[in-house]
Design a protein around this ligand. Structure first.
Ligand code: PRT
Ligand code: ZN
Length: 283
């Protein structure tokens, strides 16, 4: 059986979450900072640790079958790869930002202006779509200081908290794209059964992250009201308790409406509510 290769970032914002995701998929490997390649002992897979900019091309050329990288990097490198799964981390957006004291109110005012960026391809396409011709200045880093140095009128850079823009006297002006880490594969890799197996493991971990396991006690007479609030993967399990009139209800609920649900459950008569994280949900 051919050993698969997956490329992940060696160090940086996506490294830790990528390693955590693969470990949560039950893959056993050493994560030495010094090594470029790490074999997985319990799955026919090798992990390549690379700079994120190199990952799309490695995957396109089939040197790695799979890769974990930001959508921004994939679009900037214009590679031909298959998008296999969004991974829910490394979220950010690519934005055009202008100095706080600017007079730009309309996107068309960027015509003829200099915009510094490390994303000339994505920015170029965006401006073209809007019919705007700006002077795109490609620089390799610290984009946020360029207006202050008089090198550009605006910037186009990734933003997550917005802190970097703020501390450099800049404000977001237009959203160019939003991005998160994704699993990509060489074209056709999705037909490989090992790739399918890995995607399924990843999906079961992501699904589990979005939900909590909840156990609660309720008096039988209040059970219908409590059950009406619970979706569950199929339907909740109801287990009798030693005390005759009471039952325990086991179910999973989505993380996003967790607090709303819990207070509704309490109002409906639920007691002794225990909430636990879930490791995997295999459908
Ligand atoms: O060494 P290597 O080339 O592998 O890494 P890198 O330095 O090129 O990338 P790295 O580790 O900084 O980012 C990897 C990926 O994380 C990016 O390609 C994005 O997909 C994603 N990501 C998520 C971010 C951010 N959030 C982010 N905030 N990448 C960069 N930033 C930078 C941004 O460029 C700006 O300088 O953080 C600053 C803004 O952050 P806030 O929080 O102040 O808004
Ligand atoms: Zn990089």
């Amino acid at each position: 059986m051919k050993t698969l290769k997956i490329a992940i970032q060696k160090s940086g914002r996506l490294n830790e979450k990528s390693v955590e995701l693969l470990k949560n998929c039950g893959l056993n490997f050493e994560n030495y900072k010094s090594s470029l390649i790490s074999p997985v002992s319990n799955f026919p897979l090798e992990i390549l640790f690379l700079r994120d900019d190199d990952i799309p091309e490695y995957v396109q050329d089939g040197i790695a079958d799979l890769g974990i990288v930001g959508e921004n990097v994939i679009q900037e490198t214009e590679v031909e790869v298959s998008y296999l799964q969004k991974l829910g981390f490394g979220k950010c957006s690519l934005k055009i930002a202008v100095p706080n004291n600017n007079t730009i109110t309309d996107i068309n005012q960027l015509n003829g202006k200099a915009i510094a960026t490390t994303y000339p391809v994505i920015l170029g396409k965006y401006l073209k779509e809007k019919g705007i011709t700006s002077d795109i200045r490609t620089i390799s880093g610290s984009v946020e200081i360029s207006p202050g140095l008089g090198l550009s009128d605006a910037i186009c850079d990734l933003v997550s908290t917005g802190g970097t823009l703020k501390s450099n006297g800049l404000m977001p002006f237009a959203d160019v794209m939003s991005s998160e880490a994704v699993l990509i594969g060489s074209k056709g890799s999705e037909d490989n059964h090992l790739v399918q197996e890995l995607i399924q493991r990843i999906q079961s971990v992501l699904r589990a992250k979005e939900t909590k396991y909840v156990v609660l006690n309720v008096e039988r007479k209040n059970l219908p009201a409590v059950l009406a609030l619970l979706p569950g993967v199929k339907s909740p399990s109801v287990v009798p308790l030693a005390e005759g009139d009471w039952v325990a209800v086991h179910t999973v609920i989505p993380e996003r409406d967790f607090w709303d649900r819990i207070s509704q459950l309490k109002q409906a008569g639920a007691q002794g509510i225990v909430v636990m994280p879930i490791e995997k949900i295999i459908l």
